[in-house]
Write a protein that binds this ligand. Sequence first.
Ligand code: URA
Length: 246
Amino acid sequence: MNKATERLQKRIANSGYTSRRKAETLIADGKVKVNGEIVTELGTKVKASDMVEVEGVKIEQEDKLYILFYKPTQVITSVSDDRGRTVVTDYFKDIETRIYPVGRLDYDTSGLLILTNDGDFTNLITHPSYKIPKKYVAKLNGYLMREEVKALEKGIQLDDGWTQPAQVKIKRQDKQKETTLVEITIHEGRNRQVRRMFEHLGYKVNKLQRIQVGPLTLKGLNAGEGRVMTPHEVKTLRHLAEHGKY
Ligand code: URA
């Protein structure tokens, strides 16, 4: 598509007014005007200079926002929870734009999570064909063996298929207590992947933290804190997704 134009429903969704699906309903229902004229055709292209009104409200183009957040454990990676548990967006209630998590971390996993209102960026970063390295530190209840490290580095077979080669580094091991602290870098984002990889080898993951995504780290943040990403960081991550290198 011509980069200077975008679909009407996308412009409305990007403004934060409503979701893309609801925007489509509003368009079909004749509630949307472009330059003063009602438009009911889905997929109508609009330019940045076109004036869009929804239910009589003028839609402003929203600035893009990217946040790097240190998710604590016991927080859901979502924008709402039907059981009333804390969700990641609870930490950003004072931000006026609607932001969404990029990918997910388990309830019991802490660490680096990006949130943004940029749907295109989210799709780019989370697309299975883009292999951004994500580094985790895991505490295992057992003594990880050298052959098992090798197996992880080659790839192991989980229920949903073979894992891609991982980078694995043992940081600390205690023979008496039978514990291992290990860093593992994976390039995929399958559900509970790191836990499942270690469970497959017979280890329980007692603690899991994501410490790095591409070049981004948790440096300077405490659990529950976030900061706005710099334009350079956003650009670097986009570049990494598209070209596989910084
Ligand atoms: N792998 C997991 O097992 N859990 C996460 O939260 C992220 C990766």
